[in-house]
Design a protein around this ligand. Structure first.
Ligand code: TXA
Ligand code: MG
Length: 334
């Protein structure tokens, strides 16, 4: 049985935080909330602990982990080269949902970065993550605390259900406020490359970093520039079908037939499209609120035993980029 410790999201109990830091110091794994999603943390300087993160998630060794630090100075100390661009981005967006890929210092083990000469660094804003990093006194390597390719957790219960006994302690502070993973921006080369969309709009990043290239790769089975850009990712166990409102008639027909065959159908909808659904979830019309709700909704439909999840496509607008990206990946055919 995993130990789940509830803490207040705004002012966590110091004794609980110190206990979690002790578990990490002893080489254990602690799942903790960040403002984006829950992370599965290990001491980034402890190779054995880092290996346990990969095996707990079933994550292939070629996919590097993000390293978390409490502030800009602590993060910059992990970079072999801290450029002006990195500094400016850190000043504007940290603490917050941005990961910067930079050249790493020698002390970060190759296991963390999957042998890459670079490391993804992030200073999270969540008070519990902040308190844990400060109590630990060492950088914490933490991928999202879900089994490989599954839906990221946004509550302690999601972690418990997904990873169960493979984690020593879960700090549960309730729902993560942002709800989807950080933007990953590689600033190790000449031109910054956005490897993963986050909730910070590209325009805001480029206002600080200059023109960005957006990496659109990610073919399943081929080691991509950012391995987390795998085509099918963030996916529930049910089949997911993403549809546009123009396709609703076709989807209505398909759903009716699937139900006649006994399938249980869940849906994430922004309005009533007359599709027959067993477990409908009404989604917010605002992009941030939608992002905050998305993974919890997918976890709910998985738990409700849905075989098919229908998702109404969201608007094709800049504020919706990260959500569209995650919906695309969740619905990619394996
Ligand atoms: O919001 C987040 O970033 C959460 C919280 C826990 O901080 N973490 C997270 O970690 O989403 P993970 O491991 O699920 O995703 C990290 C992504 C992966 O796509 C990984 O391939 C990429 O960042 N990444 C990490 N280090 C990298 C590097 N050195 N070069 C390129 N991509 C890197
Ligand atoms: Mg992940």
């Amino acid at each position: 049985m995993v130990r789940l410790v509830r803490v207040d999201a705004a002012s966590p109990d110091q004794a609980a935080i110190d206990e979690a830091a002790r578990v990490l110091r002893a080489g254990g794994l602690v799942a903790f909330p960040t403002e984006t999603v829950y992370g599965l943390g290990a001491n980034a300087l402890d190779v054995a602990a880092v290996r346990r993160v990969f095996s707990a998630k079933g994550r292939p060794a070629f996919n590097p982990l993000i390293v978390h630090a409490p502030d800009r100075n602590a993060a910059a100390a992990l970079a072999a080269e801290w450029t002006q661009t990195a500094e400016r981005l850190a000043q504007v967006f940290w603490p917050g949902p941005l990961t910067l890929v930079v050249r790493k210092v020698e002390t970060i083990p190759d296991e963390v970065t999957a042998g890459l000469p670079t490391v993804g660094l992030r200073v999270p804003r969540h008070p519990v993550a902040q308190a844990l990093l400060r109590s630990a006194g060492f950088p914490i390597a933490a991928p999202s605390a879900n089994p490989f390719t599954g839906v990221s957790p946004t509550t302690g219960e999601h972690v418990e259900r997904g990873l169960g006994g493979r984690v020593d302690l879960v700090l549960d502070a309730g729902p993560s406020p942002v709800g989807i993973e950080s933007a990953v921006l590689d600033v190790s080369g000449e031109v910054p490359v956005l490897l993963r969309h986050g909730t910070i709009p590209n325009e805001e990043l480029s206002a600080v970093a200059g023109d960005l290239a957006v990496f659109e790769g990610g073919i399943e089975g081929v080691p991509a520039r950012s391995p987390g850009m795998l085509h099918r990712h963030y996916a529930p166990s049910a089949r997911v079908r993403l549809f546009s409102p123009e396709q609703s008639q076709e989807v209505r027909r398909a759903a009716t037939q699937a139900r006649e065959r006994g399938a249980r159908i869940g849906a994430l909808l922004m309005r009533d499209l007359g599709v027959p659904v067993d477990v409908p979830i009404a989604m917010p019309h605002d992009a941030s609120a939608y992002a905050q709700r998305l993974y919890a909704a997918l976890h709910e439909l998985d738990r409700a035993g849905c075989d098919l999840i229908l998702i109404e496509q969201v608007p094709d607008a800049p504020g919706w980029r990260a959500v569209r990206d995650r919906l695309q990946r969740a619905s990619a055919v394996p």
